[in-house]
Ligand binder design. Structure first.
Ligand SMILES: OC[C@H]1NNC[C@@H](O)[C@@H]1O
Length: 448
């Protein structure tokens, strides 16, 4: 029997998006190109040749979209700032129209009683910095910090929640290890270096915030809990390796002062012995951790899959989403309890959780029925409530995503929105899941 669902009275319900996935107009008003502008322009990189030139046209329709958030009763909205709108060259001269756009968005949110939660980096590195090595250049910690200082000074009076990075694992695994995401590199040495520089940049920005900011700052990591395919030692070891690479790689240096030992064992000489001073920088105290949860993986030993030597095992009885992810709500509960056990109690936000199932390109009679997404949402709400009942200090939940948007190299075909977007007409239509989510928000989960 499922346990009674209960959320704290001050629980914060919201939604999440990211700049390149929804804004469009990437070069408007003086903005510079990002690495995603470049990556999308290379044939074959993005399904159907899709790109962020228009996306959800949020740059022009933000007032309409904030009105949608208000209609859903959202208390918060997590969005990212496009670095190259603020600094077209990534450093140097500030582009005031870029700052003005986000200032207007923040004011629109506040006017509707919606708390802005800002992600400083959600993958769209200025192309000009990539030309200087991007995340491979150790100077990027300073470049990133200079960029964040501009935003802290401009918006900290109105923005009370900042996150430095979104999913550093995806940035390095997709962008530098496997080449499936911008900037499209496939190099083990680079993956290790980019990962470490991301964490240095994170620490440096938190340090800067402590000098300038008056509110809260954290990081957002994706966590995919790993479960052994069998209790054989090989599979147990493989599960530990997969967990170290995808999950502990980013939280251990922040909270425990070192990387998991499995990384050096797997990467070998591609994993340098980083200077001790770097861990002082990375280990800045945080006010919260954002966790993005989508799925789990069941892991077996697979010696041929260098360097991790692991392989996923598909679960025949399970439901899988359009992105090939198992629907496994228990993994959300396990992620949260494991986090608290390993790193100690601290405020946590679920900064992304959602699912991509097939939705039609056009709404029918003003409705979009999405029963599978609704089933997923209901089950994740139960799992989240179970984690709270076990004492995990979860402060809020941001559904991914407010709008159907550009799912990176998968293009517009994979729809995560609770609001449907007709990309021909830019018509927004609340899906059935949006009506359910509005009820969840209004009743603080009591409707479930
Ligand atoms: O794959 C769904 C989401 N996952 N986290 C990062 C977001 O940018 C993705 O759209």
């Amino acid at each position: 029997m499922s346990k009674p669902i209960h959320f704290p009275p001050d629980f914060i319900w919201g939604s999440a998006t990211s700049a390149y996935q929804i804004e469009g107009s990437p070069l408007a008003d003086g903005a510079g190109p990002s690495i995603w502008q470049r990556f999308c322009a290379v044939p074959g990189n993005v399904r159907d040749g899709d790109n962020g030139d228009i996306a959800c046209d949020h740059y022009n329709r933000y007032k309409e979209d904030v009105a949608l958030m208000a209609r859903l009763g959202l208390k918060a909205y997590r969005f990212s700032v496009s670095w190259s709108r603020i600094l077209p060259q990534g450093r140097g001269a500030v582009n005031q129209p870029g700052l003005d756009f986000y200032s207007k968005l923040i004011d629109e949110l506040l006017a509707h009683g919606i708390e802005p939660m800002v992600t400083l980096y959600h993958w769209d590195l200025p192309a000009a910095l990539d030309d200087r090595g991007g995340w491979l250049n150790p100077d990027i910690a300073d470049w990133f910090t200079d960029y964040t200082r501009i935003l802290f000074k401009a918006f900290d009076g109105r923005v009370k929640s900042w996150a430095t990075l979104n999913e550093p694992w995806v940035v390095t695994d997709g962008g530098y290890m496997h080449g499936t995401l911008a900037p499209g590199h496939r190099n083990l040495h680079e993956a290790a270096l980019a990962s470490h520089n991301l964490m240095r940049a994170h620490g440096s920005a938190v340090q800067a915030y402590r000098e300038i900011g008056r509110h809260q700052i954290g990081i957002v990591v994706n966590i995919e809990p790993k479960y052994p395919a069998s209790q054989s030692q090989e599979d147990l070891d493989a599960t530990r390796r997969a967990d170290a690479y995808m999950n502990r790689q980013y939280l251990d240096p922040i909270f425990l002062g070192s990387y998991p030992p499995e990384l050096k064992q797997m990467f070998g000489d591609a994993w340098p012995d980083w200077p001790a001073a770097d861990f002082d920088l990375i280990g800045q105290k945080l006010d919260f951790v954002g966790i993005n949860y989508y799925t789990r993986s069941v892991v077996r030993n697979e010696p041929s899959n260098w360097p991790l030597k692991v392989a996923p095992v598909r679960q025949p009885q399970a439901t899988y989403t359009e992105t090939g992810w198992e629907v496994f709500p228990q993994g959300l509960t396990d992620t949260l309890t494991t986090f608290t056990q390993r790193y100690g109690p601290m405020p946590v936000y679920i900064m992304e959780n959602g699912s991509a199932f097939y939705d039609p390109p056009n709404a029918e009679n003003g409705r979009v029925h999405d029963p599978l997404r609704i089933d997923c949402l209901r089950k994740n709400m139960q799992a989240l409530s179970n984690a709270l009942a076990q004492g995990v200090d979860v402060r809020g939940y941001m559904v991914w995503s407010l709008l159907d948007n550009l799912e990176w190299s998968l293009g517009f075909a994979k729809r995560f929105g609770i609001v449907h977007v007709n990309f021909e007409t830019q018509q927004r239509t609340l899906k059935d899941s949006a009506y359910l989510y509005a009820d969840i928000v209004a009743s603080n989960g009591a409707c479930l």
